[in-house]
Design a protein around this ligand. Structure first.
Ligand SMILES: O=C(O)CCC(=O)C(=O)O
Ligand SMILES: [Fe+2]
Length: 278
């Protein structure tokens, strides 16, 4: 992956790399050690018990280890540090170019893979995540324009051993769900990184978490960003207190989708008002 810092990170270059290059970049030095430690400890606290997992491996042995891959959803409600991560200015500037200036956030969750925990199936991300049923999507849909950007903020060393995300460089150019014959594991590279690194990738790139064969937990914050008109995956405004929503910064209000609040009842005679009816 091409590596950048806030200073070297030219949004045009990054957008080019996401669309026509490898599909993923790493940006270093955006968060302090304290912020990373704070985020990690909140996630460890909230993931004492197993929760929902996604895209897990289907075989029996891996299924038996499912509780070793844990999710923590709705992170904005769980610590201020996650609002800061969601609206990180360098990433906001890139995504304004990549997804349109009014892009939104579809989800902010953590993925913790415990030692011995399983990997996932190679996949592509929401809203392409069920693209194995291609006919449920519009005809001719391709990845010439992006409907997703994914951020992984790395909270523990991401090594080959600890299950750093695997991805196939360039696979985003042809919008398709990966199949066995693609030889994912022979062609993949890994998103290696240190705590504090941020990996940004186009979710049409074939990828998956890999098994954690190390002796330490492997935590990451996963953030999904979408164009303003794609239905978000988590209903964040509904899951947050009204005080949180009222006090949200301008950028956070945009990320919560509050600038583009459809669907709405547009009939002047709103629900319950049947005056116009004869
Ligand atoms: O945690 C990872 O390495 C990737 C997770 C992922 O791709 C997903 O849950 O969609
Ligand atoms: Fe994914």
């Amino acid at each position: 992956m091409k590596a950048f810092t806030a200073d070297t990170c030219d949004p045009d270059l990054v957008v080019k790399e996401l669309l026509n290059g490898k599909g993923a970049v790493v940006i270093k030095g955006l968060f302090s050690k304290d912020e990373i430690a704070d985020a990690r400890s909140i996630i460890m606290d909230y993931s004492q018990n197993a929760d929902k997992v996604t895209h897990f491996q289907g075989n029996a042995e891996e299924t038996g280890k499912l509780d070793l891959q844990r999710r923590v959803w709705n992170l904005l409600a769980k610590g201020d540090v996650f609002s800061k991560m969601a609206a990180e200015p360098t990433v906001m500037a890139i995504l304004r170019k990549f997804l349109g200036s009014e892009f939104i956030m579809g989800s902010i969750a953590a993925n913790r893979i415990l030692p011995g925990g399983p990997g996932q199936e190679p996949h592509i991300d929401y809203p392409y995540w069920d693209f194995h049923s291609e006919k449920t999507h519009p005809i001719g849909l391709n990845s010439s324009f992006p409907m997703n950007a994914q951020v992984s903020i790395i909270l523990d060393p991401f090594t080959e051993e600890s299950g750093a995300t695997a991805y196939v460089p360039g696979s985003q150019k042809e919008l398709r769900y990966p199949v066995e014959a693609d030889g994912f594991y022979d062609n993949c590279e890994r998103m290696l990184g240190e705590p504090g690194d941020l990996v940004l990738f186009f979710g049409a790139t074939w990828h998956c978490a890999m098994p954690n064969n190390s002796n330490h937990d492997r935590n990451a914050v996963l953030i999904q960003y979408l164009p303003k008109w794609v239905k978000p995956m988590e209903d964040m405004p509904a899951a947050l207190s009204s005080a949180f929503v009222d006090n949200a910064s301008k950028d956070l209000r945009q990320l919560l989708g509050l600038n583009y609040p459809y669907p709405e009842v547009l009939d002047a005679a709103k629900a319950g008002n049947t005056e116009g009816r004869k």
